[in-house]
Design a protein. Structure first.
Length: 462
């Protein structure tokens, strides 16, 4: 019974409770719905924020991965750079870059600015006489070495109205003594011609070197050098400028030998050269002529004119001695022309030169069978005055033989050369040229007269 009473009491209690709650629920239904909507919106906002945070987390992980990858790449590059062979840089008038395996590269160039004056013989009115100036040379190029014993040089002259190729060749060191060369380079003529124009005793080389057509040509050659012995020889065609004409089939054989022993405190140079060429050109002719010491005029007082020819044969002798401040040089060259329709003339050129440094401790240098760079003992960049040298030269040229009357020159010349540093140079020149049988007649048809020439040069190279 008690159980029945308890059940009845529970039913009554539930009924009472339901009666009281029902009105309250009806009253709060709207607010509950509103709260649920707010909660739903908040949950959606939280979901969007979670999505944003997850995206940022993915991006952060990606950036972290990229940063790690970049760090690894940088580390690998650093290791690779550390393991790469170093590039050495030396200074030889310009930077020279050298790498592993025989690679090297060096820029090179020179600038020569000239001014001069040539006197005017009576009756000769050529406008090229008197004062003149010019950019004599403006070279730019580079040279270096390649793996396997190869070397190269490429150089152009931009001083004139058009670009001209000077040196352009490849070398191969077959042994310590033997070097092979192919490309445009100098055939093997005189000592002065084989030396650089940077180191000449006067602004211009002697008349024999400028009149007989000594120039760079395209060819292949070999040089053997062992102590005091130097032997050079090659086969050449023509200057690359002239080879643009496909009718130019000229060729030549050239050779030179030098013996240069040390004698006491000095060095003796004795040499000779041979040259033979076949003029297989559509215009097979030669012409020999020379300016009066300086290059600022184009007028030549002695000139053979064009000679129809089939061949040239030249042979030369060289002798020089240098010791301390003193040097002496003498050269001679004979040029025989295989003429068409007449006897074969032989022309002659030669010079004798002496020089002395007025500054103590300075001397000429010698390399590869020719004079080389003067290096002042007290250059101006170290508080000194540089090197000062006085040179005297007798210059002979005879262009008359076998019916050809081109004229004769006897030149008496003096030069003062100041070398303030290894790579700068200033020259003053004076020459008195006496002509006979001159190509150009003076007043009254006179072909024997004299001309005075003055010249100045400023130059640097690297």
């Amino acid at each position: 019974m008690s159980r029945t009473i308890r059940r009845a009491a529970s039913v009554v209690a539930v009924s009472v409770a339901l009666g009281w709650v029902a009105p309250a629920s009806a009253q709060t239904a709207a607010s509950v719905s509103q709260e649920l909507a707010q909660m739903r919106a908040q949950m959606e906002a939280m979901a969007r924020r979670i999505d944003e945070l997850e995206g940022q987390l993915v991006q952060a992980r990606s950036e972290a991965g990229n940063a790690a990858e970049a760090a690894n790449e940088a580390k690998a590059l650093a290791v690779e750079a550390k393991q790469a062979p170093p590039v050495e840089v030396a200074w030889k008038g310009a930077p020279q870059f050298s790498g592993e395996g025989g690679w090297s590269f060096k820029p090179r160039g020179r600038l020569q600015v000239d001014a001069g004056r040539v006197s005017r013989p009576d009756g000769i009115t050529d406008a090229g006489l008197g004062f003149g100036s010019e950019l004599r040379r403006a070279y730019i190029g580079f040279d270096g070495t390649l793996p396997g014993g190869f070397g190269y040089r490429a150089e152009i002259d931009v001083a004139g109205s058009s670009v001209e190729i000077t040196d352009l060749y490849l070398t191969y060191a077959a042994s310590k003594e033997l070097t092979l060369t192919v490309g445009q380079h100098k055939p093997f003529w005189s000592m002065e011609e084989m030396g650089s124009d940077l180191f000449t005793s006067f602004s211009e080389r002697a008349a024999m070197n400028t009149s007989f057509g000594f120039e760079r040509r395209l060819g292949a050659s070999a040089t053997y050098s062992d102590g005091p012995l130097l032997v050079q020889g090659g086969v050449f065609t023509d200057n690359v400028r002239d080879l643009n004409n496909d009718e130019d089939n000229s060729w030549s054989i050239d050779g030179r030998a030098v013996f240069s022993p040390r004698i006491g405190d000095g060095l003796l140079h004795v040499g000779g050269s041979l040259h033979y060429s076949e003029l297989n050109d559509a215009a097979a002719s030669v012409r020999y002529r020379v300016r009066p010491l300086v290059h600022t005029t184009d007028l030549r007082f002695i000139d053979t004119g064009a000679i129809v020819a089939t061949s040239e044969t030249g042979y030369g002798l060289e002798v020089a001695y240098l010791s301390g401040r003193f040097h002496a040089t003498g050269e001679a060259h004979w040029q025989k022309v295989g003429r068409v329709g007449g006897p074969n003339p032989t022309f002659f050129g030669g010079y004798a030169e002496v020089g002395y440094f007025l500054t103590g401790g300075d001397t000429r240098t010698y390399k590869n069978g020719a004079y080389d760079r003067v290096k002042p003992k007290n250059p101006v960049n170290k508080g000194g005055m540089g090197a000062l040298e006085l040179n005297l030269r007798y210059d002979r040229l005879d262009l008359s033989d076998a019916g050809i009357v081109g004229g004769k020159q006897n030149g008496y010349q003096i030069a003062l050369v100041w070398t303030p540093t290894d790579y700068t140079r200033f020259l003053l020149n004076y020459g008195r040229m006496e002509y006979s049988d001159a190509f150009i007649p003076a007043a009254g048809g006179d072909r024997s007269y004299g001309v005075d020439a003055f010249g100045m040069r400023a130059q640097f190279d690297f």
